[in-house]
Structure formats: C-alpha cells, structure tokens
Design a binder for this molecule. Structure first.
Ligand code: GLC
Ligand code: MG
Length: 249
C-alpha cells in the first residue's frame, strides 16, 4: 500500500470557492483516498464545517480542526480530542475582551463566531503598530495569547501556541504520521502557522498576498485556483515522495 499522508487543508477560499475546481479535486482524491487522511482545518467551528460537508460536494474528511486550531475532532470518535488545546499559560476569554474593550476599531464578531478558546473581531486594514498595541494591552493582564490577523479583516485572539499549525502537528503525532508525510494547503493569513511547522505546503493560485509571499523549497505555489490548486499541489508533493521511495529501493 502507498505510504500514508496527512493532508490538512483550509476550506473557505481553498477547497471552497469554485465548483468545477472542487469536482476536479474530488475526482483526484478518489484515486488516492486510501493513502490520505483528510483533515479540514478552518477558522470556522467544527459544527459549521460539518454543515458545509452535508450541503456541498466537499468529500467526507477523516478529522476536523475548527476555530483556528482550537478544536480537533476525529470523525470516527465523534467528539473532540480531550487533551486539546493544551494551554501554556493563562487564558481567560472574558479578560481578553476586557483588555481590548477600549479599542474602538475592534468590532467583536457575532456570537456564533466566538468560542471558549477563540475571541474574534473585525478590524479593517490593521497596521503592525496597532497589532503591537493590542498585544501589549493583553500582555499587561498577563494573558498568554497570540494574535492572528487574516484577510485584512479578521482578528483572532487565541491561547499562545494554539493555532492551525500546532493543531495539525498534534493530530499528526496522534496518528503517528511523520512530518515529511504531512501536506498543508491554504489561501490566507490564518493558514500561515501551518506553513511554519516544517510540513510540505501548497498555496493555491488565488491566495492572498499574506501567503503568496511564502518562499521555501517546501512550499509549492499552484498555478490553479481553489480546490484545483490543492489537487495540483498534492499531486506535486505526493508524486515527488513516490519517486524518492523508488529511488531508494
Ligand atoms: C473564519 C471564522 C472567523 C475568523 C476567520 C479567520 O471566518 O469564522 O471567526 O476570524 O475565520 O480566522
Ligand atoms: Mg481560507
């Protein structure tokens, strides 16, 4: 049997966005399904991702990572992983809100987008000085948090060290899949942490400048957009790994 890969892909703007591209991806995946553990890794909640799987032609995954890495659910278990997220310091969502209350440009996202381990705002075109200022206000309360800014609009406050990338790494460990068998795919800022784990990466052709600037021999920039770009990139890395195995044999 072919070696197993963990594919951790963002959903909105990566797999979803173009129906023909999704059809091409689904067809590609069918040929490879036995050798891939498919994980949807999104800023949305796991519940919202499940709804998308039932209302679109997105293939059934093996696991979900939701709310920007803060929840992990393996489909066969039907409930979240107990030991995730692992907190490295003080996390208190009410205190996060209190620390950021005095910044009028921060508009809290609707309640359905908030979760116990993610406090999110809308804020347009934030500068790095503003981001530093918000981080300083959070540090003053001794909160161990990180800020993730995406699409020049979404600001997520997360427990320090918990993000899409560390969640994918946790799942790879859980399934005992080595990091050179993990491929991550994305299109925007909240995907950056997935590319910082030493995994192989795929940036879809329609990615925002936040990701388009990634330069590494482990990052493949697809020509094609949305899910067709995902299939193009996965084929690139998987056929390369197959060739390396043949060369060693
Ligand atoms: C999704 C979430 C939103 C978050 C954004 C970026 O759109 O619904 O809460 O801010 O992803 O991570
Ligand atoms: Mg996206």
């Amino acid at each position: 049997m072919a070696a197993e890969f963990l594919v951790s892909s963002d959903v909105d703007g990566t797999l979803l966005g173009d129906q023909r591209a999704l059809d091409a991806f689904s067809h590609w995946l069918e040929q490879r399904r036995d050798s891939i553990r498919l994980v949807y890794n999104s800023g949305r909640s796991v519940d919202s991702l499940r709804q998308s799987v039932s209302s679109t032609t997105l293939p059934e995954p093996d696991a979900y990572i939701g709310n920007v890495g803060t929840e992990i659910e393996i489909c066969a278990h039907d409930r979240g992983l107990d030991d995730w997220p692992s907190l490295k310091g003080r996390w208190d969502p009410d205190d996060v809100r209190a620390a950021l209350e005095g910044f009028p440009s921060l508009e809290p996202q609707p309640d359905i987008f908030q979760s116990p381990f993610k406090v999110s705002y809308f804020v347009f075109d934030a500068t790095s000085e503003e981001l530093d200022g918000w981080q300083a206000a959070l540090d003053q309360r001794a909160l161990a948090v990180q800020l993730v800014y995406s699409s020049e609009r979404d600001l997520d406050v997360l427990p320090q060290g918990v993000n899409k990338g560390s969640a994918a790494a946790h799942l790879a460990d859980y399934w005992r899949i080595p990091s050179d068998r993990v491929i991550v795919c994305g299109d925007s800022g909240n995907d950056l942490s997935m590319f910082a784990q030493g995994f192989y990466g795929v940036v879809v052709g329609n990615a925002l400048p936040e990701l388009a600037v990634l330069k590494s021999s482990r990052v493949y920039h697809a020509q094609q957009e949305f899910a067709a770009g995902v299939a193009e990139g996965l084929e690139h890395w998987i056929s390369k790994a197959d060739k390396d195995v043949t060369a060693l044999a």
